[in-house]
Write a protein that binds this ligand. Structure first.
Ligand SMILES: O=C(O)CCC(=O)C(=O)O
Length: 256
């Protein structure tokens, strides 16, 4: 077993620091530079009027998929997942100053409950489009938390700590209900493992197990914190419910 696979299986995530250079990121960052003026059902906006998230980024700028298809990333993902994969979902998360905290959760909870994805056979792939430091709402993970599989979760509206309400969901204008892991279960997790903030230079990439528990806090700096997500699932492991729109859950199950 390669070192990456062993670390990934044990910790539930890998951080590949500075994997991409600015030239390789340029199609994504050029698109990102114009995103503040873009509005549509794919866009989640804070009550402060700032763009928090964009779903279906690959439909708006298909060249973002060059990163996940690149020789730097695709072989790593193929090795970790044990075979070929397709794009499950692409998203951009910006965490502007007026955004709220994102509670502790597992992405597989939503994929399972909303989309009927049968098993967590895939990965969350976050590509830093900006340098991200600890005070900029980095994604925080609890190492090894994936080993428990799918934990119980409750639906809640994020509590804004700045700005009047939470973020509207992509596709509607109501504050979004999101899954979170209740506090007693979180306390148990915190007793065993320390929180790790995923920070680094632009071009850094994290790969997380779909069951890894993670969250993000407030962006205290107001600096742009672009993370492009190109989340993937194993070929042959597909959603059974298509309730969420194609910009939230992609419909092309062919190998990337
Ligand atoms: O980028 C972030 O702040 C976290 C996003 C996230 O965890 C999610 O969309 O499930």
């Amino acid at each position: 077993m390669g070192a990456n696979v062993a670390a990934y299986r044990k910790q539930g995530f890998l951080l590949l620091e500075g994997l991409f250079g600015s030239g390789e990121l340029s199609a994504a960052t050029a698109w990102l530079d114009g995103v503040e003026s873009f509005r549509g059902p794919q866009v989640g906006v804070t009550d402060g009027g700032e763009v928090q998230s964009v779903y279906g980024v690959h439909e708006l700028e298909p060249r973002v998929l060059d990163l996940v298809r690149s020789e730097k990333l695709r072989p790593v993902l193929t090795e970790l997942l044990g075979g070929s994969f397709y794009l499950y979902q692409s998203q951009l998360h910006l965490k502007p100053a007026s955004s709220s905290t994102l509670d502790w959760h597992q992405d597989f909870r939503a994929y399972h409950d909303y989309d009927g994805l049968p098993r967590p056979d895939g990965a969350i792939v976050g590509i830093f489009l900006d340098p991200i430091s600890e005070d900029m709402a980095p994604v925080r993970v609890i190492p090894r938390s994936h080993r428990f599989g799918l934990l119980e979760a409750e639906l809640a509206t994020p509590v804004p700590q700045r700005g009047p309400t939470g973020v509207a969901a992509a596709g509607d204008r109501e504050p979004k209900m999101a899954y979170r892991i209740p506090e007693p279960a979180m306390r148990t997790l915190f007793q065993e493992d320390s929180i790790v903030p995923l920070v680094g230079a632009a071009g850094t990439v994290f790969i997380c197990d779909m069951c890894l528990v993670h969250s993000s806090d407030l962006n205290h700096t107001g600096r742009r914190r672009g993370i492009l997500y190109t989340n993937v699932a194993r070929v042959g492991v597909t959603p059974s419910k298509l309730d969420r729109p194609p910009f939230v859950v992609a419909r092309d199950y062919d190998e990337l």
